[in-house]
Design a binder for this molecule. Structure first.
Ligand code: DQA
Length: 149
């Protein structure tokens, strides 16, 4: 049987990791994040494709692609988390297709500004991991691997 595929999708401003508010998001870059996800996925027997976009339509298109290619998803929707019903509706198609979708955040939005306390994506996700920096992605990939077995 071929290895389960996982799309690791990152939303707006995450391409600026390393220089963006390092006191909140850490010093690692998006390239560091991608390399770590690929290594962890490899250890877990998953094939990871790590992407980042600032564009809502592109992110929605990638979620449709996950459905069409039967790929699981680890998603950091970034600011889209808090208001994008388009991203939410695309996530709903992923979980409704029986695929795992884990919402991840580097920081813990529940401890931050009030507008970050709402996730419009959480209700259509398999689960959420937040607050562990890049470790949030490790835990999310573990959850995907455990469910794919
Ligand atoms: C974030 C948290 C969001 O509130 C914020 O808009 C981001 C990053 C995180 O990973 O902690 O861009 O998703």
């Amino acid at each position: 049987m071929s290895s389960p595929r996982v799309l690791v999708l990152n939303g707006p401003n995450l391409g600026r990791l390393g220089t963006r508010e390092p006191e909140v998001y850490g010093h690692e870059t998006i390239e560091d994040l991608a390399a770590r996800c690929r290594a962890v996925a490899d250890e877990l027997g998953l094939v990871a494709d790590v992407r980042q976009t600032d564009d809502e339509a592109t992110l929605v298109g990638w979620l449709h692609e996950a459905v069409d290619t039967r790929s699981h998803v680890v998603l950091n929707p970034a600011a889209f988390t808090h208001y994008s019903y388009a991203v939410r509706d695309a996530c709903a198609q992923v979980t409704s297709a029986g695929l795992t979708l884990v919402e991840v955040h580097l920081s813990n939005p529940a401890t931050r500004e009030t507008f970050r306390h709402t996730s419009v994506v959480a209700g259509v996700s398999t689960g959420t991991v937040a607050g562990f920096g890049l470790g949030s992605y490790d835990l999310a990939l573990r959850a995907v691997a455990a469910r794919a077995r």
